[in-house]
Design a protein around this ligand. Structure first.
Ligand code: GLA
Ligand code: ZN
Length: 667
């Protein structure tokens, strides 16, 4: 059982890179910085098991005792993320293979095939040894299992994976006839008569079979999840009961976070927004925070890594401007995280990440602007303990599934699509006006939401279609966009006009669509105004829906662009195109208002607001100004007490450049 009752603050701690004299300095500085949690020893396998089966735990014993004596809790790594060179030497069959059939060579990290039995065995053995030794250690609060599964290798094309894929398909489909049907292999003469005919969807002459590609993505997600489950089993079989998690990767699409969350006591994210992205940077951060919280169905989650300043793995690595280590840390609190941690405590002196910032820079701590900001945040967080157990709630859901992302991005579509790009305008329209939202899987219980938005929910099952219909029938409001409900879960079109299963719900029928060439836009006539629209135009017919907007230009001028349909006690809107962002924001605001859903605050555009609620009606509003200029916030009648300086706050307030405020609200 995970009991979070404060804000955890700290970072990855890799003492194996430093002398024990430095460890003692680390302890002093951790106290000075307010650090109360570290993820320990993530990449220390070679040091813990320098030869097969020969374990060296003495150094880890010493540092754990030291951390404990200094009041720092530990998320102890199972240390399995990077197998040591002896492992790769002994198990060449574990070397991952790229889509072109060429094997990677040892010399970096995460060097293993996701289906390697030797890796699964060695990693779960080490996890078990760790748990046996430290399962009762008072410093060990949690297990940090492995690290960023799939970050570097989320696909492998080796012979072992081919064979395992064939077995996985056999288990899933039972007969080759079913497989042929599901994969639509009648097309291009791809029918198989034996499981051994199945190859991985490697580099080939033209398009690969889309249904096969989709299954391959499912299979690789499943293979990596199996590695995670094997480590969990090894830990639990020793009787160790500490809660556990694995840290997910910012931007990674390959792993199904909803599925992985089922095996974790808390969800966790590593957050690497690009400071060079201007305004979009904090919105990218918000997206990943919302997603991570949603995997865990709204429970507090962990921000396990971010950087104090530069990373070293982009073509050009921008630093984080003074004040933004703090604003991005408060963003985590605003969106429901209960820890703020960094990679890593001390910037390395050698190795491939020595130009990556740390909480302690190469410069040292005296006079360091980075360490000063790190210390300030730590000192402030000590006043914010109450937030730790409070949860962020939302009344708006964005329908989202990884399978949909995978399917959407497979090539041979009407236009090449990037799932994040197509989602972003709809997501941004909500957060730009501080309307809280969750991501919600289309199989889930939808009844706790008042408004659902379904941007390009391309694939849909019969059960999911029924789920959406019941939601609207019962009084919910759905806004669905173009290119939704087009296929089943295996890339087979639902025939009879798109989106066939949802025509009654939406009161429309789509025959064709026009994806726009780059730079092309159209106009819509809405409320006697002409509004720009982009990306796509569905050519639709209304059946029972009323038309809200019509296209102005091109051969389909006059045809409906936006529609509304009453269904049961609810309403279903449909957007056949992507409206201009400012207009979209207003439209979504109006749509939310129909259901009584409002913005948390009215504020300048650089303000991010989040609300967390806890037991006995207590709630806390977190405000972050992401710009280097003052910003105004209208609290819309809310009143409270600022937890950082104990001031009472009512109505309108001004936030300093890069300012933050945490308000305990009056009940
Ligand atoms: C990932 C890893 C860390 C480190 C950082 C660098 O998040 O988990 O070990 O490599 O990236 O940004
Ligand atoms: Zn493989």
């Amino acid at each position: 059982m995970l009991n979070i009752n404060k804000i955890y603050y700290g970072g990855d701690y890799n003492p194996e890179q430093w002398t024990e004299e430095i460890w003692r300095e680390d302890m002093r500085l951790m106290r000075e910085a307010g650090v109360n949690l570290v993820s320990l020893g993530i990449f220390s396998w070679a040091k813990l098991e320098p030869k097969p089966g020969l374990y060296q735990f003495d150094w880890l014993d010493r540092i754990l005792d030291l951390l404990h004596a200094n009041g720092v809790q530990v998320a102890l790594a199972t240390a399995t993320a990077s197998p040591p060179p002896w492992f790769s030497r002994l198990h060449p069959e574990s070397w991952p293979v790229a889509a072109d059939g060429i094997s990677y060579k040892p010399g970096s990290r995460q060097f293993y095939c996701p289906n390697s039995a030797a890796y699964r065995e060695a990693s779960s053995r080490l996890a078990g040894e760790m748990a046996r030794r430290y399962g009762q250690h008072p410093a060990v609060w949690m297990w940090h299992v492995n690290n960023e599964y799939g970050c570097h290798v989320h696909e492998c094309y080796c012979p072992v994976c081919t064979k395992t894929f064939q077995e996985w398909l056999r288990e899933r489909y039972k007969s080759v006839d079913v497989l042929n049907d599901v994969w639509g292999t009648a097309f291009w003469s791809l029918g198989i008569s034996d499981w051994a005919d199945v190859q991985l969807p490697n580099r080939t002459t033209s398009y690969r079979n889309p249904a096969q590609v989709l299954d391959f993505r499912r299979f690789m997600n499943h293979s990596l999840l199996n590695l995670f489950k094997a480590e969990i089993e090894a830990i639990r079989s020793t009787g160790a009961t500490q809660p556990l998690f694995t840290n997910s990767v910012f931007g990674l699409k390959a792993l199904d976070g909803f599925e992985w969350a089922k095996y974790q006591d808390v969800t966790a994210i590593d957050m690497y927004i690009d400071p060079a992205h201007g305004d979009q940077a904090w919105k990218d951060g918000a997206f990943w925070h919302d997603l991570t919280r949603s995997w865990g169905r709204g429970k507090p989650y962990l921000l396990v890594e971010q950087t104090t300043s530069q990373v070293n793995w982009r073509a050009v690595n921008s630093l984080k401007a003074p004040g933004t280590i703090r604003t991005l840390s408060y963003q985590a609190l605003a969106r429901g995280a209960s820890s703020v941690m960094f990679f890593q405590w001390r910037a390395s002196k050698s190795g491939a990440e020595k130009y990556h910032a740390g909480m302690i820079p190469h410069y040292g701590v005296d006079g360091s602007r980075i360490f000063a900001e790190v210390k300030q945040i730590g000192a402030e967080f000590a006043h914010l303990e109450r937030l730790g157990s409070q949860q962020a709630h939302a009344q708006v859901g964005i329908l989202f599934s990884y399978e949909n992302v995978w399917a959407l991005e497979i090539d041979s579509k009407p236009a090449q699509l990037d799932a994040w790009n197509v989602l972003r305008p709809w997501y941004n329209a909500l957060i730009e006006q501080n309307i809280p939202l969750d991501f919600i899987h289309p199989n889930d219980d939808l009844s706790r939401y008042k408004v659902l938005i379904a941007p390009l929910l391309y694939q849909i099952s019969e059960a999911q279609a029924e789920n959406l219909k019941s939601f609207v029938q019962a009084g919910g409001l759905l806004l669905m966009t173009y290119f939704s409900g087009v296929t089943d879960l295996n890339e087979r079109i639902w025939l009879g006009g798109y989106p066939a299963l949802l025509q009654n719900l939406l009161g429309i029928k789509v025959e064709e669509w026009q994806p726009f060439q780059p730079g092309k836009t159209n106009q819509m006539l809405v409320d006697d105004k002409s509004i720009s629209c982009s990306h796509w135009a569905d050519l639709l017919y209304t059946t029972t829906a009323e038309t809200i907007a019509t296209y102005i230009e091109d051969f389909y001028a006059g045809r409906p662009a936006l529609t509304r349909n009453r269904y049961g006690a609810g309403t279903a809107y449909y957007a056949g195109t992507l409206p201009d962002q400012a207009w979209l924001r207003n439209w979504i605001k109006k749509i939310c208002a129909e259901q009584g859903v409002e913005s948390l605050v009215e504020a300048d555009p650089d303000i991010e607001a989040g609300l967390r609620a806890g037991a006995y009606g207590s709630s806390t509003l977190v405000l972050v100004n992401h710009a280097n200029r003052t910003a105004q916030v209208d609290l819309m009648g809310k009143r409270g007490r600022s937890l950082l300086d104990e001031r009472p706050v009512t109505n309108n307030l001004t936030l300093d450049p890069y300012g933050v405020m945490v308000l305990e609200l009056e009940q």
